[in-house]
Design a protein around this ligand. Structure first.
Ligand code: ZN
Length: 259
């Protein structure tokens, strides 16, 4: 691979040296791609207004020297997602998504996976910029982001034996194994917390609905609170990193106090 023309989303942008800038891009064919934009801060014309966070851009990148950073040769703006910068909840959720992709997107991953991740990233930013995000939408988008990154929780079948837990009583959820555990398997384990069926059903629907229809899903009160706690535990275990943008997001789209 020598030079590619493609699209990208700007996840991170850091000044480098006297005139350059290092960017972390999300690219459909590759996944996460760090690049250097030479002279980006000296020449106003060359990359004018294209290298800001959230920007969806068309790019040309030189990948000829695999041992050094790829070089960004051209960039032009497709969509700046301008609304992301206009409201704190939107901005907080957007920054959280960018950091999540920056930390967890694969570098040179399987193409089908990276393409799916890229189209999720664009869809999620579009959705957040068109709506006033609330705690419910935040929860559902976080869930879908985990799924897009290959960390899909299992809400229907027991992750130990594959059976579908019967009855209506709360079901065990094994965070490390990534999903629900039936009563029989639960009996062999210690201290598995249980989750209401309605919460599991809502989260399962949240995984299956088209992204554009996600905000039709009703989730509030104790159900939303339980979903947040479950997702919080799942993220703490599976992400393996504490995201810096999380505390800001928690301030602007906070979980309600348990009642
Ligand atoms: Zn089981």
């Amino acid at each position: 691979m020598t030079s590619i023309r493609t699209e990208a989303l700007i996840l991170r942008s850091v000044d480098f040296g006297e005139s350059d800038r290092i960017l972390h891009l999300l690219v459909p064919e590759i996944g996460r791609l760090p690049v250097i934009a030479k002279g980006a801060r000296r020449s106003v014309r060359r990359f004018s207004g294209t290298l800001d966070l959230f920007n969806h851009v068309k790019i040309q990148v030189d990948l000829r020297r695999p041992t050094v950073l790829a070089r960004l040769d051209q960039a032009s703006l497709i969509d700046p997602f301008i609304a992301m910068r206009s409201e704190t909840a939107r901005f907080g959720l957007g920054c959280y998504l960018l950091e999540l992709f920056d930390r967890l997107a694969p570098e040179r991953g399987v193409r089908a996976d990276t393409q799916r991740l890229f189209s999720f990233a664009l869809g999620a930013l579009r959705m957040v910029s068109e709506r006033a995000p609330d705690l419910r939408l935040r929860t559902l988008i976080e869930l879908r982001a985990l799924d897009a990154l290959g960390l899909r929780p299992e809400f229907s079948r027991c992750v130990r034996c594959g059976s579908t837990p019967a009855g209506r009583s709360p079901v065990g959820f094994h965070v490390a194994d990534g999903g629900v555990v039936c009563d029989r398997c639960c009996a062999r384990l210690d201290g598995i917390p249980r989750v209401q069926r309605g919460t599991l059903r809502a989260l399962e629907q949240g995984l299956c609905l088209d992204l554009e229809r996600l905000d039709r899903l009703v989730m509030d009160g104790p159900l939303l609170e339980e979903a947040r706690q479950l997702l919080g535990r799942f993220q703490r275990f599976h992400l393996g990193v504490e995201l810096r943008s999380r505390s800001f997001l928690d301030r602007v789209l906070r979980s309600p106090a348990p009642g």
